[in-house]
Design a protein around this ligand. Structure first.
Ligand code: SF4
Length: 366
């Protein structure tokens, strides 16, 4: 998110109230997440926003660094305020990139007190690489309980879905490998990052995950009040994944814009890795993917941030129209028309064998 103490963009209560009113009346939301930066810096504005969601029966989560939990009493006080406002889930970030600023003691105070408070979920969110001191193993050893569940498998890719149970706090350690995104593109050394998988392994990941499960399904409002596709990395002001300012347009108008956006649909339906592979076949000299990639978001970053790739995408996106329309019709028919709101990520297999279908309109076998 490019967050740092130097940044001060923030949503005002007037903005939050207007956006939340629209979202709560027009959408069927699972949970509203207040991330950041640091949402607790919003003070009463945060509590009012949480209460607004609670009053409409929608759960809420904050993602915080726990700076406010300098001692156990203070942790309890703040958590009670959050609970009284209606907060249902607490995520605490803890990794090497926070420890220069936040004492681990704060995290411990917030975490241990939260476990006494009947939240539906308490998550320790760790981001780690080969040189990290604060690793999932260390957190499990120092903070863990028998109840603590892992978010990702050993490969750092396969995710576990843990169901929340009424009356029981779900305790999760989100053990996410660090990615080279945004500021990390220039500020992380290669040795701090996990090994780059082979091209075959990356393609397997694309087949396993399918379309990006987060694009638009986990849409976000940026700190400047823009409606953006996701919080995979900071996409504010990106020509593709930022749909515009909610100060100038209604949420409904920007959602319609996003829903009609062909490239966003391609990312949600095919996923960025498959799009990269197809562009490599369609127009190899017009694109530039200059590094090894570990994840969907790393590929997506270079796909939508590097101008050369965006230009190639725009120039050749007509070749993807039919596959996008057909996938959307399938979702409408098989899920939405049946009253099913949730559908799994779309897996569209692309290969060069004639047995497998091509996106019609394309000169390329896909
Ligand atoms: S792959 Fe792209 S659209 Fe999906 S979460 Fe990552 S950055 Fe967002």
């Amino acid at each position: 998110m490019n967050s740092s103490p130097e940044r001060s963009d923030t949503l005002s209560w007037a903005q939050l109230e207007r956006i939340l009113s629209q979202a709560l009346s027009e959408l069927s939301l699972s949970v509203v997440i207040f991330a950041g930066g640091e949402p607790m810096l919003l003070g009463d504005t945060l509590y009012r926003a949480i209460s607004m969601c609670r009053d409409r029966g929608v759960g809420t989560r904050i993602v915080t660094n726990a700076y406010w939990a300098a001692n156990r009493d203070h942790a309890l006080l703040k958590l009670r305020e959050l609970k009284d406002a209606g907060l249902t889930e607490l995520n605490i970030s803890m990794d090497d990139y926070h420890t220069d600023y936040i004492k681990l003691e704060c995290v411990r105070n917030a975490y241990e007190q939260a476990l006494t408070m009947d939240f539906s979920a308490v998550v320790l969110a760790n981001c780690f690489g080969p040189e990290s001191e604060l690793t999932p193993e260390r957190i499990r050893r120092d903070f863990g309980s028998d109840d603590m569940k892992m978010r990702f498998g050993e490969d750092g890719i396969s995710g576990f879905e843990h169901q929340k149970q009424q009356g029981k706090t779900l305790v999760v350690l989100s053990n996410a490998p660090v990615q080279r995104l945004a500021r990390g593109c220039t500020e992380l050394s290669e040795s701090e990052l996990p090994v780059v998988p082979s091209a075959e392994e990356l393609d397997k990941l694309a087949d396993l995950i399918g379309g990006c499960p987060w694009a638009l399904k986990s849409a976000a409002i940026s700190a400047k009040g823009h409606f953006v596709a996701c919080c995979g990395f900071e996409v504010e002001d990106n020509p593709i994944l930022d749909y515009g300012s909610l100060d100038d347009h209604s949420l409904d108008a920007l959602m319609t814009k996003a829903d009609n956006d062909l490239v966003s649909n391609m990312i949600a339906i095919l996923g960025p890795i498959k799009i990269m592979r197809l562009l490599e076949k369609i127009c190899p000299t017009e694109i530039d993917f200059p590094r090894g990639y570990r994840s969907f978001c790393e590929v997506c970053h270079d796909l939508v941030v590097l101008e050369k790739n965006r230009v190639a995408l725009y120039r050749h996106m007509d070749k993807f129209v039919r596959i996008v329309l057909e996938a959307r019709s399938m979702v409408q028919r098989e899920y939405l028309d049946q009253g099913k709101r949730d559908f799994p990520p779309l897996r569209i297999i692309t290969a060069e064998t004639p047995a497998q279908r091509a996106p019609v309109g394309s000169e390329t076998e896909c």
